[in-house]
Design a protein around this ligand. Structure first.
Ligand code: ADP
Ligand code: MG
Length: 584
């Protein structure tokens, strides 16, 4: 699903001004320098007029030539400085947008992530923001300086000869009408081109995330076709935008040439009747020539803005996805050492309005300390219990309480600081083992690290690794076995000194050593922390102080293994088949 366009979005230019505002002074400085370049350029025709006069009256032209050379050099220097300042400012605008988007995307609600293509979001951060560079320099500055230069030039032309100015303006107005038709087409094509880049990003992400499966399925060719199609679509739309941009640019250029010829003809006639002299005509023609650049600038600004507006709209859409409130970047709040107490009260929940309910009134309580196992067939809603505790989602009705307090009343960082969460198939991030462990608590000291490694029986593994804790693991590093990965994830969670540990046991088989290590670890932790385990193994289940049996979004029974084997037929069946098989 793509990111939906929202009706109340402010126009793109407002958003652009928002990104530009922090850099307005350097932008104005750059624009002023460009203006000075334009203004010094404007003096040239006057100097030229003087030079021709001097020639006509047999006067020396050294002074005029020197003035002209000085002007040209000064013009170039100021122009270079101005262009540097502007480019730098434009890069800062891109940086600002990238930072805003990056911060925002890290705060996205999981619900928003569920419904968007990560690859498309990535394209919005990387590719769409890049387009803001050109829109800042070419559009904003182009419109400002080009517009001002244009007005100044027109005023000067009026002072030189009003009749010839009238002729010039008539031609320009004609071109303006044609441009009014062309410009909206650039916007549409640009938007489609950027959308296609987003589709490509989404495809790439999908393929690279499952490259082994794609290869094993012999699906490279079909995936290649999809990627090529997206690339081709972006090309097609960009070419369309380029076509209309070229048409716009050349309409302006053509108009200026027509203006030049018309001015030459009308001006020539006026020279013949003696209404103006040759110097005046030459000066005016030079002005027409100088008008070319600000007009190209303004037209460029308008066409460039169309591309930028398309990108800005895409950025804005990403910034309107539901997100969690911005958290202060404060260090982790001290979670305290008291084990947490948890209660679900008639919780109903579905992942989206168009999806069926996953929890139909789930109720259970977990006292502080000890271990509670959740068992039930796949799809029963066990993992969802954990997602709700972490507030990745909020229940549609009912209440979840931690320490008697509704989760909705907790500050999110405080809530999550109290919890250690080990996902089912918890990922090991690429980087060193140390980085992986410190992810949730970068301030943990070596003692704490050593303790946790011992608890999770990872100390043996670390001793064997070539570079110990600094061994690279995960993607592009040493691959850890499933059991080791899981214990790394547990160690990572424990380093946060959680008051509540959520452990979603991997369904994959563990070897006997890993299994025993895991069991001892959990037993250790449960002495000081409230532990919730989604369990798939009898060894885990029998250890539990209480077992919650879930089926189809409801709690069927709660009890100990001994009680449930006789009291609950589903549990008895699970115990007889799944658990026992897994325990072999
Ligand atoms: P369990 O962990 O007991 O196997 P889950 O809690 O993972 O079950 O899932 C319960 C139901 O919710 C399943 O039918 C599953 O397809 C659905 N489900 C899980 N996650 C999502 C999600 N992010 N979006 C939509 N449906 C989901
Ligand atoms: Mg699950």
């Amino acid at each position: 699903m793509s990111i939906a366009e929202t009706e109340t979005a402010p126009p793109p230019w407002r958003q652009l001004l928002g990104y530009v505002r922090p850099h307005r002074w350097s932008l104005i400085a750059g624009a002023a320098l460009s203006l000075v370049t334009g203004a010094t350029g404007l003096l040239l025709p006057l100097v030229a007029q003087g030079l021709i006069d001097d020639l006509a009256h047999d006067r020396a032209i050294t002074g005029a030539l020197l003035a002209m050379s000085a002007l040209i050099v000064a013009n170039a220097a100021v122009g270079a400085l101005g262009s540097y300042v502007l480019q730098r400012t434009a890069e800062s605008v891109v940086l600002g947008a990238r930072r805003a988007l990056s911060s925002y995307l890290l705060r996205l609600r999981i619900t928003a992530v569920d419904r968007t293509e990560p690859g498309d979001l990535m394209a919005r951060i990387t590719s769409d923001t890049t387009l803001l560079r050109a829109v800042t320099t070419d559009s904003l500055v182009g419109l400002g300086t080009g517009g001002l230069t244009l007005v100044a030039t027109v005023v000067m032309m009026g002072l030189v000869d009003a009749v010839l100015l009238g002729v010039t303006l008539a031609v320009i107005l004609g071109a303006g009408v044609i441009l009014g038709v062309i410009v909206p087409r650039i916007n549409k094509a640009s938007r489609q081109a950027q959308d296609a880049v987003g589709v490509m990003g989404a495809s790439l992400e999908r393929i690279l995330g499952a490259l082994r499966t794609v290869k094993a399925s012999g699906a490279e060719h079909r995936e290649e076709i999809m990627l090529h199609e997206a690339a081709q679509e972006s090309w097609r739309q960009s070419v369309r935008a380029a076509k209309w941009s070229a048409a716009a640019g050349n309409t302006a250029g053509l108009a200026m040439q027509i203006a030049f010829i018309t001015v030459l003809a009308v001006g020539g006639a006026r020279v013949a009747t003696g209404a103006i002299d040759v110097g005046t005509l030459v000066a005016f023609l030079l002005f027409v020539f100088y008008l070319m650049s600000p007009i190209q600038q303004v037209v460029g600004a308008v066409t460039q803005y169309q591309t930028g507006a398309a990108a800005l709209t895409r950025i804005q859409e990403a910034l309107r996805l539901p997100a969690e409130p911005a958290a202060a970047s404060a260090p982790l709040p001290s979670p305290g050492t008291r084990p947490a107490e948890l209660a679900f009260e008639d919780v109903r929940f579905r992942y989206a309005e168009d999806l069926p309910y996953v929890h139909h009134g789930v109720t259970f309580t977990v006292p502080a300390q000890g271990m509670t196992a959740f068992v039930g067939p796949s799809g029963a809603g066990k993992t969802t219990v954990f997602s709700l505790i972490e507030r990745f989602y909020d229940p549609d009705s009912g209440v979840i309480r931690l320490d008697g307090r509704d989760l909705a009343d907790w500050e999110l960082p405080q809530l999550r600081a109290a919890i250690g969460y080990v996902e089912q198939d918890a990922p090991v991030l690429s980087g060193s083992l140390r980085e992986n462990l410190l992810l949730g608590n970068p301030e943990a000291d070596d003692d704490a690290l050593a303790r946790v490694l011992k608890t999770t029986r990872l100390d043996g593994l670390v001793a064997k690794l070539p570079a110990g804790l600094d061994t690279l693991v995960g993607h592009r590093g040493t691959k850890l076995s499933g059991g080791e990965q899981q214990r790394v994830a547990i160690a990572r969670a424990l380093l946060r000194r959680p008051r509540l540990l959520l452990l979603d046991e991997a369904t994959s088989q563990l070897d006997a050593v890993n299994e025993a290590a895991l069991r001892d670890t959990v037993a250790d932790v449960a002495r000081t922390t409230t532990v919730l385990v989604v369990a798939h193994r009898l060894s885990t289940v029998t250890m539990a102080d209480r077992i919650v049996v879930m089926d189809a979004g409801r709690v069927r029974a709660v009890g100990t293994h001994r009680e449930l084997v006789t009291a609950d037929p589903l549990y008895a069946e699970l115990a007889a088949t799944q658990f026992l098989a897994a325990a072999d």
